[in-house]
Design a protein around this ligand. Sequence first.
Ligand code: MF3
Ligand code: CO
Ligand code: CO
Length: 251
Amino acid sequence: MIHLKKAPEIKKMRKVGKLAAKLLEYIAPFVEEGISTQAINDICSKWIKEHGAIAGPLNYKGFPKSICTSINDVVCHGIPKKEDLLKKGDIVNIDITLILDGYYGDTSKTFLIGEVSDEAKKLVEVTKKALTRAIMNVKPGERINIIGNTIQDYVTKYRYSVVTELGGHGIGRHFHEEPCVFHHRQKQKGVVLKEGMTFTIEPMINQGKKDVFTDPYDKWTVYTLDGLLSAQFEHTVLVTSKGAEVLTIRD
Ligand code: MF3
Ligand code: CO
Ligand code: CO
């Protein structure tokens, strides 16, 4: 069942979405060469507490940290570590999920560390545009497969591939709700988008092949199988009569 949000819930979703966006803005100057992903985690964790919120990932199905940090060939769910220092040329996705007043907001961005290769820069830019294009096509009455179709058709032009193992998700009082949001082309049209739906769109785009695997030891970190780069951007959106309202929009 897809839970449609009405005014009081929408108000809370806007509030938590805005706060998650603010944290991504706040950490930007810290995300530089030489910092460890653990240190970024700790800065976020402190900020989250100071703002009266809770980190969604911490202890979620046993996830050990407050944020996900995914470097280069890590597709998603990277675990912050004190040994993992950012270096020039890296791309790193920072995924923030907050809980405020019982509601979740989820957003992520891929940062460039110092001078990055043209190939990496292009991948990050195309991934960001793929998300923007998908968001622009969200309208009540459209089918949800418009999202995956838009993303796949766009990134395929650059010979990138869309990760199919993980997707976006409904979000609200729970981290992951219905519907599942596929980022790749779907034959089935899927559900009709309706006003009051809230879900994430979070394409993971690979430079090479779409295949991924999960770290057998930590059971979380998802890597590209070919070792090539992967980028991701994520927003939480609300379907309104006019289209998508991006709840996690940054200034
Ligand atoms: N924030 C991720 C998402 O976009 C989920 C992270 S789950 C965690 O859905 F446990 F790894 F934190
Ligand atoms: Co998400
Ligand atoms: Co996320």
